[in-house]
Design a protein around this ligand. Structure first.
Ligand code: EPU
Length: 311
């Protein structure tokens, strides 16, 4: 198997700066710390090498998955077939400030965006401070916190089509939804222009500190994938879970956090199956008690150990 993949990657003509790993355990690349191996993991050196991978996979009919910082990902125990791409190299991690705009690569951490905005005296981006992801992941998921969502501050997105072509698309054409941007399911976010408001007041500084404090107090620090469920319209998912007394419910080493009902934490050595079984338990208990069908917010990828088929 590894031989087949080595031949495939060898045929792509990547430069030596691109990193390629075979059978790469994905658990260490997600904040939840579960999940099996990727057949191939590529960390391209730059957009040109990324285009070779993307176009090569399209031509050969090889499945291509893009992962960010893995902070909203649940990878099944059988891992991911085909090629996984991660934009971790410096070329994707650049932030440039132009006026009140921040040009950010997909690999830039959201925390760094909020710090850079504050350093340059912009407000409006402070909600990004506590989201543990990258710009690419935040675009793909329209990630949010503190009542704001990513696309509220995006002016345009730089993306790559599956044939390797790069386009700049105005945010008005991206059609984001609550916690998703369907256009980026197929296309790969390379970066975005984020817009802040000039001027930063003492009130904004205080708001950032309050956000940070609130997060430390209300969210667990153990390994997790952030919020597991989308908030249904009736009430926040964490509140529903809490009201039903489900905090502390566990399967194997996966447990509903004692701190926040919408987090499942890995207490050490949990498997994806533990987490998925716990998710189903919570879903059915909430449905029985409240007739609310919780939908997962976390992105679930890969295949089960024994299924033999792609998910
Ligand atoms: N609540 C409880 N018990 C709990 C958890 C929450 O009663 O165990 C109550 C809180 O007291 C509050 C309400 O539920 O009245 C909402 O809770 P919180 O303010 O923590 O916000 P959330 O809706 O649960 C959302 C985002 C988080 C983000 C926080 C902070 C979603 C699904 N979640 O959580 O995002 O960090 O706001 O702004 O939108 C994520 O996307 O992964 C994530 C964690």
């Amino acid at each position: 198997m590894a031989g087949r993949w080595a031949a495939f990657v060898g045929g792509l003509g990547l430069t030596t700066g691109s990193l390629v790993r075979f059978d790469e355990p994905m658990a260490r690349r997600t904040t939840l710390r579960v999940g099996g191996p990727a057949d191939v993991l590529v960390e391209p050196r730059d957009e040109a090498d990324l285009a070779k991978v993307v176009a090569g996979c399209s031509r050969a009919g090889v499945s291509l998955t893009v992962v960010g910082r893995g902070s909203n990902l649940l990878i099944r125990d059988g891992g991911i077939r085909g090629v996984v791409v991660s934009l971790t190299q410096p070329a994707f991690g650049v932030i440039e400030v132009r006026g009140t705009r921040l040009h950010c690569g997909a690999g830039v951490r959201l925390n760094a965006v909020s710090i850079e905005a504050r350093r340059n005296g912009f407000s409006g981006l402070e909600f990004l401070e506590g989201i543990p992801g990258s710009v690419g992941g935040a675009l793909r998921m329209n990630a949010g916190a503190m009542g704001s969502a990513t696309f509220e501050v995006v002016q345009s997105v730089r993306l790559m089509e599956r044939d390797g072509m790069v386009r700049e698309v105005p945010a008005s054409e991206m059609a984001p939804r609550y916690r998703s941007c369907p256009l980026l399911r197929e296309r790969i976010a390379l970066g975005a222009v984020l817009v802040g408001n000039p001027g930063i007041s003492e009130a904004v500084r205080e708001r950032m500190e309050a956000y940070s404090r609130k997060r430390w107090e209300s969210q667990p620090t153990q390994p997790s994938a952030g919020c597991i469920f989308k908030n249904p319209t009736v009430a926040p998912a964490g509140k529903l879970v809490d009201e039903l007394g489900l905090k502390g419910l566990r399967v194997g080493a996966a447990a509903v956090s004692a701190i926040h009902g919408n987090f499942i934490v890995n207490e050490g050595g949990a498997t994806a199956t533990d987490v998925l079984t716990l998710i189903e338990k919570v879903r059915s208990l909430v449905f029985e008690a409240r007739q609310v069908a919780l939908e997962t917010e976390v992105e679930i990828l890969g295949e089960d150990v024994f299924s033999g088929g792609a998910a």
